[in-house]
Write a protein that binds this ligand. Structure first.
Ligand SMILES: NC(=O)c1ccc[n+]([C@@H]2O[C@H](COP(=O)([O-])OP(=O)(O)OC[C@H]3O[C@@H](n4cnc5c(N)ncnc54)[C@H](OP(=O)(O)O)[C@@H]3O)[C@@H](O)[C@H]2O)c1
Length: 363
């Protein structure tokens, strides 16, 4: 049996192609193994960032590809089409991290009522969350459009939730405004929604490109929206926290120099603009630092106890999910040509921010 895989050149993400890979026959699967058909997956700028950081954060190790190429991980759904695990039936639906491919073989382990894990040796160098699959058959929260929202936004909204919690816990480091770059991104939208609904007295300011300013305004959770060229029109004498989804060195330097000591926090989250210099100069104000989600998760897991994060995250998601129908248009694409087009459009910043793309390589 064969899988069709979409792979990209690690040192030139514009270079991409399809290959066929051999899968074990259903009859020859080893004990405990599952063969999964990848049914549909979300694709956003976050997946491009996985590719950019593929070596550094070991994402390329998850789904092996020929030398110098990588298979970008995506969040989505798969259906079990062959099973050698006594607890998993053919037809089961799983939600988790998949390759951009038609199929994936995994070694099922730690199978419980709600989840399982891929124990394949090459996948163990990343955080456990990337190897876990939720068993979602018959779960309406993971079906139809609700399921698309989960794939498109849940992995991003976890970051939004953690940053909101972290800033609030630290009393916003004395800031009374939060600046978000790439304010039109889904991750920024989630954070702006939480700040707007939960943190009274905090001003939420979105920085975005001219083409996306109207969309960001329409989200209704930013107190002010500025295009990048106007970012330093803000008064320099009031304390701000900067949450940086764009990862644009020039923008970061401009903001730090403008706000000086009033830059109370500068958290690096994303790289949507792909304009990050390897060596950045010392800047005035708080030192820019990467926000490392697993640290905040570990801390809160200790403090909030078993189920504490899930309960709070579930409540936050329940407040956010109903806004999505109005704000996000889900666009579906099937087959290799559609996948390649959405990949290149995302890579080159051509996807309108109001769109969320759900893809499948199966034609
Ligand atoms: N550290 C973490 O754990 C973590 C977790 C979640 C997300 N993130 C990061 O947050 C960022 C946002 O991810 P997302 O999936 O939410 O993004 P998204 O919704 O796909 O964001 C799209 C927006 O990003 C900007 N953009 C995208 N591609 C661009 C390009 N080629 N050139 C210029 N601008 C471009 C544009 O915003 P503007 O015009 O407004 O700039 C665009 O509207 C990613 O870098 C992601 O990796 C990090």
């Amino acid at each position: 049996m064969k899988s069709t895989d979409f792979i990209v050149a690690r040192n030139d993400l514009q270079d991409c192609k399809f290959i066929e890979t051999q899968l074990p026959d259903a009859a020859a699967l080893p004990d405990e193994a599952l063969l999964i058909e990848v049914d549909r997956f979300a694709f956003t700028a976050n997946n491009i960032t996985y590719a950019q950081l593929g070596d550094q954060l070991k994402y390329w190790r998850l789904f092996p590809a020929p030398e110098n190429f990588g298979n970008i991980p995506v969040w989505g759904f798969g259906e079990v089409i062959a099973s050698r695990h006594p607890g998993i039936e053919v037809g089961e639906r799983l939600f988790g991290y998949f390759p951009m491919a038609t199929h994936l073989a995994i070694e099922a382990a730690d199978v419980s009522k709600r989840s399982l894990r891929d124990a394949a040796a090459h996948r163990q160098s990343v955080a456990p969350v990337y190897n876990a699959y939720a068993r979602v058959s018959g779960n309406p929260a993971f079906a139809g459009r609700e399921g698309d929202y989960q794939a498109l936004l849940r992995p991003l909204f976890i970051l939004s939730f953690l940053v909101d919690d972290f800033l609030n816990e630290n009393d916003f480091f004395g800031a009374r405004s939060v600046l978000l770059s790439s304010a039109s991104s889904k991750t920024a939208f989630g954070l702006a929604h939480l700040l707007h609904t939960l943190r009274k007295g905090i001003r939420v300011i979105g920085l975005t490109s001219a083409a996306h300013a109207g969309f960001v305004q329409s989200l209704g959770c930013y107190d002010e929206v500025l295009t990048y060229d106007r970012a330093t029109a803000l008064p320099p004498d009031s304390p701000v926290a900067f949450v940086d989804m764009a990862g644009n060195s020039e923008l970061r330097a401009r903001l730090h120099r403008h706000f000086g000591d009033q830059m109370k926090y500068s958290g690096r989250i994303g790289l949507t603009h792909r304009r990050s210099l390897p060596d950045e100069p010392e800047l005035p104000g708080a030192r820019p630092t990467w926000f490392f989600a697993p640290d905040q998760i570990r801390k809160r897991a200790r403090e909030w106890g078993p189920g504490g994060i899930d309960a709070r995250f579930g409540a936050a998601w329940s407040g956010f999910a109903p806004t999505l129908q109005k704000r996000l248009t889900v666009v579906e694409g099937r087959g290799p040509a559609a996948v390649q087009q959405v990949y290149l459009d995302t890579l080159n910043g051509r996807i309108p921010p109001a769109q969320g793309h759900m893809l499948a390589l199966m034609g």
